[in-house]
Design a protein around this ligand. Sequence first.
Ligand code: AMP
Length: 185
Amino acid sequence: MNVLLIGPPGSGKGTQGQVLADRLLLRHIAAGDLLRAEVEAGSPIGRRVSGYLDVGELVPDEVMLDLMTPEIEAATAAGGYLLDGFPRTVAQAQAAQARGDNRSAPHAVIVLEVPDEVLIARIAERGRADDTEDVVRNRLQIYAEETTPLLDLYRDHGLLHVIDGTMDVEAVSDAILAELDVPRA
Ligand code: AMP
């Protein structure tokens, strides 16, 4: 099974991605984690993307596709993925579909809904390098402008499951598993 997890910054997609991947025996792929690992390593990709991460802008699609496509293909071959953070735009989704084969398409798309004021409070406690107030505002605005249209696309395809992301971690996981028709225990 291939599952996408989408949500604004601070919605818990990284945490849920890990929990659900373990529970469903899927490979967890987190776009932001992969990017931060490249930056840490000082690789050519890392040097190319660090400025975007610093200000909360989207990394160019070509870079994202080159980074994500092999991960998605490998996870699909290994039995499925739990992917968070990619695609983030309609253009990325379309390009990923064009590059991958049919088997690597998502079977379900989970969106974590959390109001902005809750996100801002949560992020203030987290303290990542790109969690300063200006950068967070930029990331929230990009989510609203660029990622929300992607949700409409998945809704039109009957793939979208909307989850209340304000609940505690376990309740959110349970709600997602119920949406995916997976027994809880
Ligand atoms: P995240 O950890 O998912 O919040 O991502 C952190 C940062 O990585 C974002 O603010 C973007 O700068 C970059 N990023 C992550 N995923 C993508 C993507 N699919 N497309 C473009 N940039 C991305």
